[in-house]
Design a protein around this ligand. Structure first.
Ligand code: NI
Length: 491
């Protein structure tokens, strides 16, 4: 179980633990008194003694090497990032799961906490630190968080940090959290056990074989992996022993005696059938743009029956999200193309019906431009757009009051319609882009389409995650009549 979960096939340590479980039970009978002596305040019951000796085991490979595919986690999708944060070169990999905001929020707060801690004194982590981070500087730090079990209404997530010094040796910290998908509650691995059982477990973890002179783990273990069979594998880092951990597996009977009420619930969930989470449209999938450097490519004035499908092909091939601000007139002319954009999972916004300067129209005329376009997009795609973009970015207080939607204006204007030349607009965007920006382009221009391969490849190569407008602003309320150009920085 522990072996399958994270150690990978080469891990001799866990295999030995399993193989030697029975003899170690006998040893533990003999040694049980020692652990009581080491923690005199704890009285162990007959089944509370730990059944196997703790073992010093080699540090496992980073989770990212073992769990490229979060098998058995429906709706899981992998994220990865490299960042230069202060004196650390950080490689992060983690997994979000559709329909489980509690799990995704746990991943984000854990990652941001680590990155903030690594940031230069007094500063905070910023997504810009993950741009152009290919140059290795300072210490290597590997951070990963992956669901390892998805059963019933529960996900089990292992979080691991490896901090490597200049000599290549590393210290490892790991923890396991248990997430209730229904309530959103997050439980630490420690909560699996009755509080009275924890000192005994901790004491037992110090009983490292005498031939290995290693200092004991200092803190209560937080990395507790419960198997569906009811065995508990506990792993802890060893101070001063880089590259090594201490690990121990308790058999099902001893684990059962130590489990808290929550631990028994968790064991029940691990033996329930997996419950698939609800599917989410790709344009709405969780991405944290405070964590990864995001850019929202936006394409106005379409759909066009010839050029828009060409752009969809490029976006799909590059695994890039994007947003289309469609006019009502072009939607009415090309409803099949509008539907194709929606069915491919891209976000769609309202770009008025006839592309006027809204500042030159009366409020009722502004409203009519918006309503006719909403109706055209609804008829073609089955959904009404939540946001709008005023043509030419032209808006004043009267327009803002009349449109009844958030106004999504850009931070970077490619001027693609003016230059009609990728050699001009691609460098312009690359020069002006910053994390959180919306970028204005036009999918009705054939020259815009011919520059997208290069633009997207360059942005992704720098470390940008290309997201939809809803993804860019996730967690930020978008208010009708308010103007937005880029995602504000985390406070
Ligand atoms: Ni326009």
């Amino acid at each position: 179980m522990g072996k399958r979960l994270w150690h990978g096939s080469p891990s001799v340590g866990t295999a030995c633990l399993r193989f030697l479980l029975v003899p170690f039970c006998l040893v533990a009978l003999v040694c049980g008194g020692d652990s009581v002596a080491m923690a005199p305040s704890v009285v162990l019951g007959p089944h509370e003694r730990v059944s196997s000796q703790p073992q010093v085991v080699p540090m496992p490979p980073p989770l990212s090497d073992v769990l490229d595919q979060p098998a058995g986690v429906p709706g899981g999708y992998a994220m990865a990032m490299t960042a230069q944060v202060g004196a650390r070169h950080v490689h992060a990999s983690w997994t979000y799961v559709d329909g489980l905001p509690a799990l995704n929020a746990q991943m984000d707060s854990w990652l941001l906490g680590l990155l903030d801690a690594a940031a230069p004194a007094g500063g905070r982590y910023r997504p810009a630190m993950a741009l152009n981070a290919g140059q290795h500087q300072g210490r290597e730090m590997t951070v990963s968080a992956k669901p390892v079990q998805a059963k019933g209404a529960m996900l089990v997530v292992r979080e691991q940090v490896t901090d490597t010094g200049p000599d290549g040796t590393g210290a490892i910290r790991s923890a396991t959290v248990y997430v209730d998908a229904a309530s959103g509650a997050v439980h630490s691995g420690t909560e699996l056990l009755r509080p009275e059982a924890i000192p005994a477990l901790r004491a037992r973890m110090t009983g490292i074989p005498a031939d290995i002179a290693a200092p004991a783990p200092q803190e209560a273990p937080t990395d507790l992996v419960l198997s569906p069979a009811g065995e508990l594998t506990v792993t802890a880092g060893l101070p001063g022993r880089p590259g090594q951990q201490v690990a121990m597996t308790m058999d099902a009977a001893d684990t059962a005696a130590a489990l808290s009420d929550y631990g028994r619930q968790a064991l029940g969930q691990l033996n329930a059938a997996a419950a698939p989470g609800p599917a989410t449209s790709p344009a709405l999938r969780h991405v944290n743009c405070d964590l990864v450097p995001c850019a929202a490519l936006t394409y106005d004035d379409g759909p066009d029956a010839r050029t828009t499908p060409q752009l969809l092909d490029i976006l799909r091939e590059k695994n890039a999200q994007a947003t289309f601000f469609m006019t009502g007139s072009n939607t009415t002319a090309n409803p099949a193309t509008a539907r194709q954009v929606a069915e491919a999972g891209y976000a769609i916004g309202n770009h008025t019906f006839s592309h006027p300067y809204l500042t030159k129209l009366s409020p009722p005329a502004v409203r009519k431009e918006i309503e006719r376009t909403d109706a055209a997009i609804l008829a073609a795609t089955g959904s009404t757009p939540a946001t709008m973009r005023p043509p030419y970015g032209a808006a004043d207080a009267a327009v803002q009051a009349a449109v009844g939607k958030p106004l999504m204006i850009w931070a970077v204007d490619s001027l693609d319609w003016q230059s009609k030349n990728p050699a001009a607009f691609v460098p312009k965007v690359l020069k002006e882009i910053t994390p959180g920006a919306m970028v204005l382009m036009h999918d009705v221009q054939p020259t815009t389409i011919s520059g997208q391969q290069e633009l997207i490849t360059s942005l992704q190569g720098q470390g940008y995650k290309l997201v939809s407008v809803p993804q860019l602003f996730e967690g930020i309320p978008l208010l009708p009549g308010h103007v937005y150009r880029s995602r504000p920085a985390r406070q």
